[in-house]
Design a protein around this ligand. Structure first.
Ligand SMILES: Nc1ncnc2c1ncn2[C@@H]1O[C@H](COP(=O)(O)OP(=O)(O)O)[C@@H](O)[C@H]1O
Ligand SMILES: [Mg+2]
Length: 200
């Protein structure tokens, strides 16, 4: 579904991604793990059209998307969900859901909202409340439920142990390159990863 090949990008003269490649198949949850500053967020920015791609290709359903505009990429069906509690705090819960659905047709939005309200019933009770008043836990989407729905996920998560438990496959970043890949279970057992990321 998503294929990144020889991706190169950076900030001005600073090169961050040095030609990395990975892919995500339909229905998979793929995790990117690695130390702070290794280039995970930079990769996501390139995929979403928020940072220029300097080399390589990104294909989505077989079509090249590198350097398309961010809003066009969003309309093709790629969405970045920020980590943590980054809701629009002054807007209501329902308005926040609508922001996330702006690229969907009215009919699709109605069925999406029903599905979300059924999946997360608390949202129904709180739909008129200011989103910033939700508790910490309520503001974070339980990603396991989204995965169970068959959504294709590229997961970048500070908590490597949780990422590897959830992921079908994972890639380990080191200074802008992928140095290891495997199933979540394989990487969880890998001594180098256990030592560096899982605190074992
Ligand atoms: N806006 C920016 N300007 C310059 N350098 C940046 C910027 N954002 C990130 N970097 C640098 O790019 C590298 C990769 O950062 P990032 O992709 O955020 O890593 P990660 O998400 O894996 O922690 C780091 O060295 C970081 O300092
Ligand atoms: Mg990051």
């Amino acid at each position: 579904m998503l294929k990144v090949e020889n991706l190169r990008a950076g900030y001005g003269k600073v090169s961050v991604l040095h030609g990395l490649s990975f892919e995500v198949n339909r229905g998979e949850c793929v995790a990117l793990i690695g130390a702070n500053g290794s280039g995970k967020t930079t990769t996501l920015k390139c995929i979403c059209g928020l940072l220029p791609v300097e080399g390589g290709t990104i294909t989505f359903h077989g079509k090249p998307i590198q350097n398309l505009k961010g809003h066009d990429i969003a309309r093709m069906g790629i969405t970045m969900c920020p980590e943590g509690r980054q809701v629009f705090p002054e807007m209501s819960v329902l308005e926040n859901l609508k922001m996330g659905a702006y690229a969907r047709s009215d009919a699709e939005q109605n069925s999406d909202f029903l599905e979300m309200l059924n999946m997360f019933p608390i949202l129904r009770e709180r739909s008129d409340q200011q989103a910033g008043r939700m508790s910490g836990g309520e503001q974070e989407m339980p990603i396991a439920r989204i995965k169970a729905k068959g959504m294709t996920i590229l997961l970048v998560e500070q908590n490597s142990a949780m990422a590897l438990r959830l992921a079908d496959r994972a890639y380990l970043y080191e200074t802008g390159e992928i140095v290891l890949q495997g199933t979540g279970a394989e990487l969880e057992k890998n001594p180098a990863i256990a030592k560096a990321y899982l605190g074992q």
